[in-house]
Design a protein around this ligand. Structure first.
Ligand code: FAD
Length: 314
């Protein structure tokens, strides 16, 4: 970057797109937290929101119910995560068909962690999809889904080498994926170097950076260990001594995430996918800094519109 040029992030940011990831709630309290977060983030008009699928498909019903409610009660386009671990092709196809019938057109297609946990050997179900590329191809046969897949700037725990990782990504794109979201990372250089390697292989689909605002450092460090993402020592130092100080931790988290996204804006990145952990405040603040502000008119889904009209006329 030219050191005399003004930072792109110091002019008013414009043209930034965002998307948000949620997980299906387990309890009524968590459900309320999720829905108040969705309500707060909806006016920011994310290009989509995605809902995760618990390891081994154990949140199948809850993921479905959350996606259905987003579709029916908000103006946001939901994407359903779907994995193929421990399930036959027929079972996976049935879930996908249900989504299609519901009106969901976007799937985040993942192989899923091996049944014995990350780091162990993946064994496909005997009548199941062999890998993520086969899953993408299977979904494309069922309907013209928009398919997003994963990418790993720091390598996946099963990664043999970076070249093989990019081959796996390419196979998913050849099978029909049109967008990737990365595992979260804190060193932007890792993501930018990964992008260079991917582009050098002729891959030109959007590779959205997965950004995790650190709501809870210990929890994030645990996730990172299992996901093969590194925690730089400077990040650990910033949160040092704050385990019992939620307020300061939140302020630090906002600062760290703001630094990360603004650095990426300076590098020309203009779509951010936030792992929200179902909490809106931090993400909302970062979006505000990025110039992503509430839009006055929220375009309602047909069902929500009908509901409003019923309320007006009744
Ligand atoms: P792939 O992209 O198929 O492979 C990941 C890596 O494994 C490759 O890059 C490569 O290093 C290695 N690999 C795979 N196949 C081969 C091969 N044949 N030879 C050599 N190396 C190989 N999990 C859930 O359970 N539910 C979710 O909702 C969920 N959402 C996610 C969302 C995102 C954005 C990301 C990044 C991950 C998500 N995961 C989720 C985690 C994911 O399921 C695990 O990381 C899983 O272990 C890999 O699935 P994948 O589709 O990413 O695998």
């Amino acid at each position: 970057m030219d050191s005399t040029a003004p930072r792109a992030s110091h002019s008013t940011c414009s043209g930034i797109d965002v998307s948000f990831e949620f997980f299906p709630p387990q309890t009524e309290d968590m459900e309320q937290i999720l829905w108040s977060s969705i309500e707060r983030l909806e006016p920011l008009r994310p290009s989509f929101v995605s809902v995760t699928y618990g390891a081994g498909g154990k949140t199948r019903e809850r993921t479905h119910a959350t996606v259905a409610r987003i579709l029916n009660e908000t103006s946001i386009k939901p994407a359903a995560h779907l994995t193929c671990v421990g399930a036959s092709c027929e079972e996976v196809d049935a879930v996908a068909r249900d989504y299609w019938d519901l009106g969901v057109r976007h799937i985040v297609a993942l192989r899923g962690d091996p049944q014995n946990g990350p780091g162990t050997n993946f064994e496909a179900h005997e009548r199941g999809y062999a890998n993520s590329a086969a899953l993408v191809a299977g979904l494309k046969k069922l309907g013209d889904f928009e398919i997003t897949v994963s990418a790993y700037p720091e390598g996946h725990p099963e990664s043999l080498n970076a070249g093989r990782d990019i081959d796996v990504l390419k196979a998913k794109i050849d099978a029909g994926a049109t967008r990737a979201i990365t595992q979260f990372f804190f060193e932007n250089e890792c993501y930018l170097r990964f992008l260079d390697k991917v582009r050098a292989k002729g891959i030109d689909i959007p590779i959205l950076p997965g950004i995790v605002p650190v709501q809870n450092f210990r929890q994030t460090a645990n996730f990172a260990r299992r996901a093969g993402a590194s925690i730089p020592s400077w990040l650990a130092e910033r949160f040092e001594g704050l385990d019992d100080d939620v307020t300061t931790r939140r302020l630090i988290a906002a600062t760290v995430t703001a630094e990360q996204v603004f650095d990426l804006v300076d590098q020309g990145i203009n779509h951010f996918h936030f792992y929200t952990m179902n909490r809106a405040d931090l993400v909302y603040a970062i979006c505000h800094l990025l110039g992503v502000r509430p839009q006055r008119e929220v375009s309602l889904s047909p069902l929500a519109k009908a509901g409003n009209e019923r309320m007006r006329s009744g």
